[in-house]
Write a protein that binds this ligand. Structure first.
Ligand SMILES: C[S@@+](CC[C@H](N)C(=O)[O-])C[C@H]1O[C@@H](n2cnc3c(N)ncnc32)[C@H](O)[C@@H]1O
Length: 321
């Protein structure tokens, strides 16, 4: 089972120490009602070998290796274990010569986001809805002091812990298996990321307020989400599925999103990037069995989803508290 006590020790003497009022108890409760497969997934982390990486590159990729390469047999054993944690959605990871080729090229998103950010060096960062943690490693690669992710999906926690083990068990990055709405307001983070989460929330303004509650005064919010074309009054609320996803609630225009952020009290709100999602960025690989973007679009008109809505387009918005 995954042990969160080293994280508690780590934050005890940090600006996140107030979190100890609620977190250990919440994790105890969480441990009582984990997913049926959690025990099996968390064992896979134990099956992975304790390797030491001689080189780790988090600045240009999430990559590690050692001078003396793994044998083909050792590689195949690690691949076998990691594949028990499929589907691998966010990546890619390059671990000791193994290419974990995930559904999403999360590095594409990082390249769209990074050039616009206040430098991450020495910052304490929260990544809300961090998935398997790909972007958290890249944040560390930019010199962040500490990165905490929260994400309630237990499979992603196990993927994260598997990658962490292979990355010399680096403890400067941690994933807590909670939803943002369960987190006590800490007002302690220099930067808060929410990427790919807003449209999954039933109450988007509450989500924005929850993000604000985690930021220090004048800290930076990085919000990345699906958008549609239109004016400040345009918001798509899909009647059922959007691109085959069940849990999509609100897809605003950029102008509407800026309005929402200002309404909840953010300042200096600016959109720094808008880009359509391409079939190069989200695609089927050997690391997932499921369908991918190509199956979610209208085969006769890729500018539309299979349900007839505008095809996915995503914006990056920055704002300050
Ligand atoms: C589309 S993925 C985005 C992953 C990553 N941030 C990225 O941009 O590639 C959405 C993530 O949000 C997580 N999530 C869903 N509900 C959440 C909540 N209430 N609080 C935090 N994360 C949540 C999901 O488990 C999933 O990993």
């Amino acid at each position: 089972m995954i042990d969160f006590r080293p994280f508690y020790q780590q934050i005890a003497t940090s600006p996140l120490s107030d979190w100890l009022e609620t977190l250990p108890l919440q994790i105890k409760e969480w441990e009582k009602q984990t997913h049926g497969d959690y025990a099996k997934w968390s064992k896979i982390i134990d099956f992975l070998p304790d390797l030491t990486a001689d080189t780790v590159d988090l600045k240009n990729a999430v990559k590690c290796d050692r001078t003396y390469p793994l044998s083909e047999g050792e590689k195949q054993r690690i691949i076998h274990h990691l594949k028990q944690l499929m589907p691998w959605r966010k990546g890619p990871y390059h671990l000791f010569g193994i290419h974990v080729d995930c559904e999403w090229r999360s590095d594409f998103k990082w390249e769209r986001v990074l050039p616009h950010l206040a430098p991450l060096k020495d910052r304490t960062i929260l990544d809300v809805g961090c998935g398997s943690g790909y972007h958290m490693w890249r944040m560390l690669g930019e010199g962040a002091k500490m990165v905490v992710g929260i994400d309630p999906t237990e499979l992603f926690l196990c993927q994260f812990e598997a990658v962490r083990k292979l990355l010399n068990n680096d403890r400067r990055v941690n994933l807590i298996p909670l939803g943002i709405e369960q987190m006590q307001p800490l007002a302690a983070f220099d930067t808060v990321f929410s990427m790919g989460v807003l449209y999954h929330r039933k109450s988007p303004l509450d989500h924005l307020t929850q993000l604000k509650n985690q930021l220090k005064k004048s800290g930076e919010l990085v919000l990345e989400t699906l958008v549609v074309d239109g004016d400040a009054n345009t918001v798509l609320v899909p009647s059922d599925r959007y691109a085959k996803m069940k849990n999509v609630y609100f897809i605003p225009s950029v102008a509407a999103l800026i309005n929402w952020l200002e309404k909840v009290g953010f300042t200096h709100v600016r959109c720094v990037d808008v880009a359509p999602t391409t079939v190069e960025e989200q695609r089927k690989t050997d690391w997932l069995e499921n369908e991918s973007l190509i199956d979610f679009l209208d085969p006769n008109d890729p500018s539309k989803t299979i349900e007839g809505y505008p095809a996915p387009k995503r914006a990056v918005i920055l704002a300050n508290k």
